[in-house]
Structure formats: structure tokens, C-alpha cells
Design a protein around this ligand. Structure first.
Ligand code: F3S
Length: 754
């Protein structure tokens, strides 16, 4: 059911020849990232050296993984492509649509009741098209992928931004929009701008309270949420070899939080140990045969400044544990320094919840390290001051942790063990102590902490830390607690100190599981009938988008977004996950989280036709009904965060023709292109300030839309005055063809027919 060793052997068999050829054409030693990229060129052996950050290159990924929230739209699109089977091994994982509330058993049953229509749809489409299906409760996509499918030197794409987690096992694994996945499922190449490369040299060894999570929390503090944009982050050095494989996974996982295309590590003993522990010794044996090809060339790591576009060095010996947040994962503060910072900023010091797990941090090592802290609370008679919630990453990890008494430790602290699913990490949390307008603080070992991310409440201040630090902070109930220096008073009134965490890298008795939750698809699924009710509120078959065309005149400003505008602001998760398979219904959340630059309110924009103010989706629908195209304007890193193409499809569905911003997050920019829209950037950033609330837009030279050609837009202001601005774009000819056809999918279909 799991990996395909023959496919992996094929990848390895061609690797030496292809990498050697690439080294010749590049004329330099190669990083690991380059070796993997050049080994996966769609056209075979490299014949030219690609320019990082510039050349668009076609790749042939080995695998695809989709989670339930994004798979719905991806598969609805794939169904339009006219194929009988997916061309590349693909899996679907049901993890996002399960709300955390009372605990795994009850929550899973409720999810199966509430979302059966969607799960049944995903199961039957998977069965029909040869896709492996992981049932609700089987686990979180990235943990399941790490345990079953990731392999050193491989390339995969996934319809989730944290697909990058598989870099922990030496892959180049990249989060994409569903439309990209559909291309590859349909047997086409996958296109990516050849990434820049950031090298992170790790020296020393983690010790005491510091964990792998702190490496990426530190890197996020250095690079910020957009510092990795367009780049692969490659970790190397003796410090890297000293990390566990799952610890590497955590670091790669949160590479999404710095906007990196992906992150990866060279194959080493920790990966070999993990492969053998997860019943994949045959992959380890194969990998050992080509070990030097599964890591960067020695010269690269000896002189990294010559081979990477940027180099960062971190000494693990002296790295301190961090807590990052609130509201952004790059606001890094060493533990122990949070007190004054919190007081200054009005962040509540009292911690209400400690949440451990998610795809980021639910390895055996993570759980044992956190449990070693939790156990001390029980043994030293300390009453935990915060509530605890645990969401294991997979049924395999849950089963093993239960067998080994790890979950019991948390249960002794009255922790709620949630389903093996995303739960509070994606707003799927019906929080028992609802906070309303009251500012409150939570700590978690997840990856993202945007406003409203965990519980939908803008007043919740979420801080990200390692599982063991989350455990310690939650036991103390205080954000400014420093377990390395501070003491706690136990129930006997005694002063006690928490000892350093102790973890076990891999289960001494091996991993175990009885019911994995995996469903193998039929060999021939042509007889499977897929039914989508026309009255369903959860699922809707897609209608192809009409081309927007090259005549955009008289377009109105829909919203000028102010400040951070992530995919959560554009297409919120939480309760809206319910409509991920129904484009018209989910479009009612379009941009409702974006702050309008005029008035600084969310979901409150002016309708230029009536002068009235209303919600973004309502006003957009009124423009659409009047046959008027609209524009969205945004700031830097617009669309950062998730890979969900809903953030592009919704505005497209509601009649937005173009999104003009200071800069884009990579996946979102591609998603806009795929859906046949214009994703443009201000040639002069300050022109953002020229856009006024009542503006009308005329595109002056869109009929000359061509690669590398700046476009010109006339702004007509309400008083009749005009400004002309230049906008840049990164469309290549193929992407311009998508635009002209109305979407990339329209083009695939056309090519299928012809
Ligand atoms: Fe799920 Fe959160 Fe990971 S939503 S896939 S647990 S980032």
C-alpha cells in the first residue's frame, strides 16, 4: 500500500548520470537541491544551466499528496481533465475537516456524520482514478507522508503549503495549488521558477531545552515571513547530522513560514534510522548505494558562500529555546525574555491552553520530550495551570504512543487527546473556554499563529514553541515562565524546578498500528460512478471560467487591502472549510478578512455603483451582475500562507480580473495565473498610494501582453483626474496562454481534445 520501491529505484538509477551531466553543464559543484531538481527535469538530462530566480523549468515530480480541504477543488478540476487514471502516484488525506472539541472518539464520529458527503466524494473519486485514500482519523497528511512515502532525493508536490515537511527525509517537496497538482495528475510537466538557494550551516549539537523547533524559530526570526521567498533552504553541517530525521521534518515544515519554496537536508544516518524504523529498509539500502548523490557536494559545504545565494550559520550549542508570536511566526523571542515584551505590548501573560502535536511536531521524539515534562508535573505534584490538548500526527504515532504509555502521561494531566488530524491548527477547534472579546494567550507547537488561526478569535494571542516548551509553559500557566531558571510552587507549597526534557528518537519497541486507515484504490475504476447532488451545499461541479480577455476598461476597485493579507484573509479557514468543494458558497468568504485601506475595517467596502458600503463578496456580486470587472490591490507578500487555490478561484468567480500588489507569495501568484487572472506588481511600489477608493481602471496595452513586458494602467479618479502606472508581471508565454484560454485547465482540456 505504501511506497513504490520500483519507482524509487528508477529515480536512483538515473541519478548518477543525470547529476553528473548537470554538474558538467553548470560547471560547478552542486548543492543537494540542485541535484534533486536536475534529476527531475521533465526533459531528461540537463543540457543547460538554469538561472536561479529567473528561468521557468519543467519538472517531473515523483508523487502528489492532497489533503481533504484542497483535494475537493483539485479533484473537481481533475475530473474535468478527461483522464481515466492519475499519471503519478497520488494520495488523498482526510485531516482538515475534523473539528476538535471533546476528544478523538466523539469528534471523529461527528466529523464522519457532518462531512460524510465530502469524505464519500473524495473516497469515490480516489477509487475511480487510482488515488490512495487515507480515511478521516488516519492522520495528518505530512506525518503520513513522512512515515510512508517520503524518500531521500525524491521530488513531490502537495496541495498544502506544509508539504515541505518531507524535506526532513531529504526530499524536495513543494506545496502547490490544486491546479498545479491537476497538471501533474493529468500527466503534464510541473513548472517552477528555478529557485534561489539559501544555505543554513548548522554547527554543534542541541542540548538541554533547545530542540529542532528552535532552529526554525530562530531562522524565521532572521529571515522573516518573506525572507525565503523563491528559495530552497538547504541545511548542512555537523549540526544537521546531529538532528533526528523527524526534527529535520519540523525544521522543513516551518520553512513554509518564511515563504521558502521548500527546505531540505542531505541523506544521513538519522534518515536511514527513520526509514528502517518505518519499515522501509529497502529504500535505505537503495539510498546507501548512491549516498554521495543524496547530499550536496563536499566543496559546496566547505565554501557555502560561493555556492548559495545567502548563507546563515547557527550554532546549536548556544541556540536558545524560543517562543514566536503572537500573530506572526517570525516574531522570535528567546524564552526568558518574553515577560517585559509581553507587558510592553499588552499580551496577556496568563496562558489558557497548551496545544501539542500537528504535522509540525508530533513525532515520537516530540511526544516523549513533552511527556518527560508533563510527567514531572504529575510526579512533583504540580497542578497544570493551563488546559492541554494533543493532536497526534497519525494513527501509527498515536497507537505507538498509547502503547508506550506516553498518552497516559498527558491524560494524567487531564489533557484532551484530539483526533489524529489538524484540529486547532486550522481553526477546527470548538474551544471549550470560549473567550469572546477577552484577550487571551495560548501556546502551541504548531507552525502558524496568524490572527484567528486556532480558534477563529482575533483576541487569541498564539505563540509557537517546541512541544516540551509548550508543556512547560502550559504547566506554569505563564507566558514569561523560563523553565531553565524559574521554579514553580507545587500543591504541597514546595518550590520545584522542572528538569530538562528527555526524548527518545524512535520507539524502542518499533512503531505499531492496527488500523492504518488506508484504502487502496481499484486497479480499474472506470465503473465507479461519482455523484454530486446539484442541491448540495458542500460540493459543486465546476463550470469552466470564461477568458477575461485583453479589453479591461472601466474596471472598478473592489478592495485595496491594507497590510498583511494572507490566504487566511482572502479565504478564511475554520468554519469555511465546510464549503471548500463548492465554489459559489465558499466565495461568500472572499477577502472578508482583508483590511480595507480606506476606513481600516474588514469586510466593509464601498460599492461605487450605489455609494453604499457592504461586504466584499456582496459588492463583488453586484459588480459582476452589472457586467463590471473589478480589481484587488494589495501590499507586500500578498497571499502568503496556504496553497489553497480558493484564494484565487473565489475572486475569479466573483469577477475580479486583476490583483495588483507590491509583491506576491509564490504559490498564490501561480494560483492566480492558473485560474486565468492577472497577478501584477507595481513597478513603482509607491504607486500603491495613488489608488483611491473610487478609482476606475483602464488597461492600455493588455493586447500586447508578453513575457517580460511591463503593462500600463490608467487610473481614473472620482474627480476626473488621471494617473498612469506601470505594472510588472512574471508570466511566461505558456502562462499567458492560460490567461488567454481562461485558465490552465481550459488549456489542458483543449489539448486533450485536439
Ligand atoms: Fe494540518 Fe496544521 Fe499541518 S492545518 S497540515 S496540522 S499546518
Amino acid at each position: 500500500m505504501a511506497f513504490d520501491i520500483d519507482m524509487i529505484k528508477e529515480v536512483y538509477n538515473q541519478m548518477a548520470e543525470r547529476v553528473d551531466a548537470a554538474r558538467d553543464v553548470v560547471g560547478k559543484p552542486l548543492t543537494l537541491s540542485e541535484k534533486i531538481l536536475y534529476n527531475h527535469l521533465w526533459d531528461g538530462k540537463a543540457t543547460k544551466a538554469f538561472t536561479r530566480g529567473k528561468d521557468y523549468v519543467n519538472f517531473a515530480p515523483d508523487r502528489i499528496a492532497c489533503q481533504d480541504a484542497t483535494a475537493q477543488m483539485a479533484l473537481l478540476q481533475f475530473m474535468q481533465a478527461g483522464k481515466t487514471q492519475v499519471a503519478v502516484p497520488t494520495t488523498v488525506h482526510c485531516d482538515h475537516l475534523i473539528q476538535a472539541k471533546q476528544g478523538a472518539e466523539i469528534d471523529l464520529k461527528r466529523a464522519n456524520d457532518v462531512s460524510s458527503e465530502v469524505f464519500d466524494f473524495l473516497a469515490s473519486v480516489s477509487n475511480k482514478y487510482g488515488i490512495g485514500f487515507w480515511k478521516p482519523g488516519a492522520g495528518i497528511i505530512h506525518q503520513v507522508v513522512l512515515e510512508n512515502y517520503a524518500f531521500p532525493g525524491g521530488m513531490m508536490i502537495g496541495t498544502d503549503s506544509h508539504t515541505v515537511n518531507a524535506g526532513g527525509l531529504g526530499m524536495v517537496a513543494i506545496g502547490v495549488g490544486g491546479a498545479d497538482a491537476v497538471d501533474v495528475m493529468a500527466g503534464m510537466a510541473w513548472e517552477l521558477k528555478f529557485p534561489k538557494l539559501i544555505g543554513v550551516k548548522l554547527t554543534g549539537k542541541l542540548n538541554g531545552w533547545t530542540s529542532s523547533k528552535d532552529v526554525i524559530l530562530k531562522v524565521a526570526g532572521i529571515l522573516t515571513v518573506k525572507g525565503g521567498t523563491g528559495a530552497i533552504v538547504e541545511y548542512f553541517g555537523e549540526g544537521a547530522n546531529n538532528l533526528s530525521c523527524t526534527g529535520k521534518g519540523t525544521i522543513c515544515n516551518m520553512g513554509a513560514e518564511i515563504g521558502a519554496t521548500t527546505s531540505t537536508f542531505g541523506y544521513d544516518d538519522s534518515m536511514e534510522r527513520y526509514l528502517r524504523a518505518t519499515d522501509r529498509s529497502d529504500i535505505a539500502d537503495e539510498a546507501n548505494k548512491i549516498r554521495e548523490y543524496l547530499t550536496g557536494d563536499a566543496e559546496v559545504y566547505a565554501n557555502p558562500e560561493k555556492h548559495f545565494d545567502q548563507v546563515i550559520e547557527i550554532n546549536l550549542d548556544t541556540l536558545r529555546p524560543h517562543l514566536n508570536g503572537p500573530f506572526t511566526p517570525d516574531l522570535a523571542t528567546p524564552v526568558g525574555e518574553l515577560g517585559p515584551k509581553a507587558k510592553e505590548n499588552g499580551w496577556p501573560l496568563k496562558v489558557d491552553w497548551g496545544l501539542i502535536g500537528s504535522c509540525t511536531n508530533s513525532s515520537y521524539e516530540d511526544l516523549t520530550r513533552a511527556a518527560s515534562i508533563a510527567k514531572q508535573a504529575v510526579d512533583k505534584n504540580i497542578k497544570a495551570k493551563s488546559d492541554f490538548g494533543i493532536n497526534p500526527g497519525s494513527e501509527q504515532i498515536r497507537f505507538t504512543a498509547e502503547r508506550d504509555g506516553i498518552l497516559k502521561v498527558f491524560e494524567d494531566l487531564d489533557a484532551t487527546i484530539f483526533t489524529n488530524a489538524c484540529g486547532p491548527c486550522i481553526g477546527q477547534w470548538d474551544r471549550s473556554d470560549k473567550k469572546g472579546d477577552e484577550k487571551n494567550t495560548i501556546v502551541h507547537s504548531f507552525n502558524r499563529n496568524f490572527s484567528k488561526r486556532a480558534d477563529g478569535n482575533p483576541n487569541t494571542h498564539a505563540f509557537v514553541g517546541s512541544p516540551e516548551m509548550v508543556a512547560a509553559i502550559a504547566i506554569s500557566g505563564r507566558l514569561d515562565f523560563d523553565p531553565m531558571n524559574d521554579t514553580l510552587i507545587n500543591e504541597n507549597g514546595e518550590e520545584v524546578k522542572l528538569d530538562e526534557p528527555k526524548g527518545i528518537e524512535l520507539p524502542p519497541l518499533g512503531f505499531d498500528v492496527i488500523e492504518t486507515g488506508y484504502v487502496e484504490p481499484l486497479k480499474d475504476g472506470t465503473g465507479v460512478n461519482i455523484v454530486v447532488s446539484p442541491t448540495s451545499e458542500r460540493l459543486q461541479l465546476l463550470t469552466p471560467f470564461e477568458p477575461i480577455g485583453t479589453e479591461i476598461k472601466g474596471a472598478k476597485l473592489l478592495i485595496k487591502a491594507f497590510g498583511k493579507c494572507t490566504t487566511d484573509h482572502i479565504s478564511m479557514a475554520g468554519p469555511w472549510l465546510r464549503y471548500r468543494g463548492h465554489l459559489d458558497n465558499i466565495s461568500n468568504n472572499c477577502l472578508i478578512g482583508a483590511v480595507n485601506a480606506f476606513g481600516k475595517k474588514t469586510n466593509f467596502i464601498k460599492n461605487q455603483l450605489t455609494g453604499e458600503f457592504g461586504g466584499v463578496p456582496d459588492v463583488a456580486r453586484e459588480y459582476k451582475a452589472a457586467g463590471i470587472k473589478t480589481l484587488v490591490v494589495g501590499d507586500h507578500n500578498y497571499g502568503e500562507g496556504s496553497s489553497r487555490e480558493h484564494a484565487a478561484m473565489e475572486p475569479r468567480h466573483l469577477g475580479v480580473a486583476a490583483v495588483i500588489v507590491k509583491s506576491f507569495a509564490r504559490i498564490h501568484e501561480t494560483n492566480l495565473k492558473k485560474q486565468g487572472m492577472l497577478g501584477l506588481t507595481f513597478a513603482i511600489e509607491a504607486d500603491y498610494d495613488l489608488i483611491l477608493e473610487d478609482d476606475t481602471f483602464n488597461f492600455l496595452d493588455l493586447n500586447e501582453f508578453a513575457p517580460d513586458k511591463t503593462l500600463t494602467i490608467e487610473l481614473v479618479h472620482a474627480d476626473g483626474s488621471k494617473d498612469t502606472i506601470k505594472v510588472n508581471h512574471t508570466y511566461n508565454q505558456a502562462q499567458i496562454d492560460w490567461y488567454k484560454e481562461g485558465s490552465a485547465l481550459n488549456l489542458i482540456k483543449k489539448q486533450n481534445v485536439s
